[in-house]
Design a protein around this ligand. Structure first.
Ligand code: ARG
Length: 469
């Protein structure tokens, strides 16, 4: 007989039962469900709603169930629909009537919202930890390549000289923002809906603040209808995860390009590449490609959750059970992608010579040539046009700007002097861009320092949080 059996004269149809059961995917919330129930029972006893003996039996029963689940001794059943009813049924089978008192002043509607929030709070924090490791890996690599010249691109056309450190530090900024976005998402996930019950709270004088504090929440939800019908925190997390994948996919795309024969800027380590079943010469960047590909499913999950929630009337509807597969899949996917990206990236070899020779063609120093003239008093627009003419001349003759003798340059403008060659040197071009946010090695070194501090501070916050809980 079902837990809710009283009103029914027939057992559910087997297919209907299997169709609506969520135990396949919500059993991963067993710990949160047990913790939530334990806090609820303790509060019920403290408020005199159940006896202290019942509460003690419930606490001990839940503890045994937890130990048995973790020892792999429990087979959950689809007949008990979800993790909440599975655990309650197990509890009652073990401790009898006390178990039947656990669900006083509670509904599965606030229970599932509670469990999911508890679970996602940990998930958010895990992803943040992975992001910190990734940022550190970028900082380590960047420190080694402060003066590794590479072409910077716009429209995927060579644009201006930069350094490999400057380029990858752009990604460090993205992942820092992702970390901050998750922090913000965490602040709204960190609110306890327990006590909302089915939708309109309860006639028992429960203490919502007590359970919230016991479970480590920093606030309680303020409207019981919202408490059970809100899944914004799921959508926000799915959205943060999508943005992380967008960033990872851009990084992977660049690594795939850089690893191509045409670029040859990087070589992936053999242990982070794959071969071809037919072409013996091939070394493929499968890991990076797969991360790029998995971005699709993470975006898809976000669209799924948004669409499930669209136009749902208040308060709880069973549609909302669909939130879990989406968010768990996005979480698992991003966690896995981050965990493989870091070693793939860290073991990647950088081919400085190829980067430098790519930066030496394509007139990356043309802006510097124009700036040189402008600094000697030529209006910038004129300097730009003169340099354009020099570039055309060079293109027609297969030359670089710095290949022209000073007399040849003077034919374009009498302001050219011998000091122009230093000015056209690529490392000089980079060093001269000594503006906050720019590629000058000193600037990038400062940026690395700032982000190192960010990582250190975030790590010590995490440690403090762990010590407190
Ligand atoms: N398994 C359900 C879910 O994931 C739990 C809540 C069910 N509540 C209900 N009234 N049917 O959403």
């Amino acid at each position: 007989m079902k837990l809710w059996g009283g009103r029914f004269s027939a057992e559910p149809d087997k297919s209907a039962n299997d169709f609506q059961s969520s135990i396949r995917f919500d059993s991963r919330m067993y710990l949160e469900d047990i913790e939530g129930s334990a806090a609820h029972a303790e509060m019920l006893a403290k408020k005199g709603i159940i006896s202290a003996e019942d509460a003690a039996r419930i606490a001990a029963g839940l503890k045994d169930i937890l130990a048995d689940i973790e020892a792999g001794k429990i087979a959950f059943s689809a007949d008990n629909e979800d993790i909440h009813m599975n655990i309650e049924t197990l509890l009652t089978a073990r401790i009898g009537d006390s178990g039947k008192r656990l669900h006083t002043a509670r509904s599965r509607n606030d229970q599932v919202a509670l469990d999911l929030r508890l679970y996602l709070k940990k998930a958010i924090s895990r992803i943040q930890g992975r992001l910190l490791s990734l940022i550190e890996a970028i900082l380590d690599k960047a420190s080694e390549h402060l003066d590794t010249i590479m072409p910077g691109y716009t429209h995927l056309q060579r644009a201006q000289p930069t350094t490999f450190a400057h380029h990858i530090m752009a990604y460090a900024e993205m992942f820092k923002r992702d970390h901050e976005r998750l922090e913000d998402c965490l602040s709204r996930t960190d609110s306890s809906p327990l006590g909302s019950c089915a939708m309109a709270t309860t006639t028992y004088s429960i203490d919502r603040e007590m359970t919230a504090a016991a479970l480590g929440f920093s606030s309680i939800t303020q409207n019981s209808i919202d408490g059970v019908s809100d899944r914004d925190f799921v959508i926000e997390f799915a959205s943060c995860l999508s943005i992380i994948m967008m960033h990872l996919s851009r990084f992977c795309e660049e690594i795939i390009l850089w690893a191509s024969h045409e670029f040859g800027f990087v070589a992936l380590d053999d242990s982070w590449s794959t071969g071809s079943s037919i072409m013996p010469q091939k070394k493929n960047p499968d890991i990076a490609e797969l991360i790029r590909g998995k971005t699709g499913r993470v975006y898809g999950n976000l669209m799924s959750i948004l669409t499930v929630m669209k136009a749902l009337p208040l308060a709880y509807n069973k549609d909302m059970q669909e939130d879990k597969e989406c968010i768990f899949d996005s979480y698992d996917t991003v966690e896995q992608c981050l965990s493989v990206f870091v070693p793939m990236f860290s073991t990647m070899k950088i081919n400085k010579d190829r980067m430098l020779s790519a930066a030496s063609g394509g007139f990356l120093n043309a802006t510097d040539c124009a700036d040189y003239l402008a600094k000697k008093g030529v209006p910038f627009r004129d300097a730009y046009t003169i340099t354009g003419k020099i570039v055309r001349h060079c293109l027609e003759n297969g030359l670089k700007i710095e290949d022209l003798a000073v007399d040849q340059l003077k034919a374009f403008s009498d302001r050219f002097d011998d000091d122009v060659y230093e000015y056209l040197d690529l490392l000089h071009c980079v060093k001269e861009r000594n503006v906050p946010g720019g590629p000058a090695p000193d600037r990038v070194a400062c940026h690395i320092e700032i982000l190192r501090r960010f990582v250190e501070d975030s790590k010590s916050d995490r440690k403090n949080q762990q010590d407190r809980s």
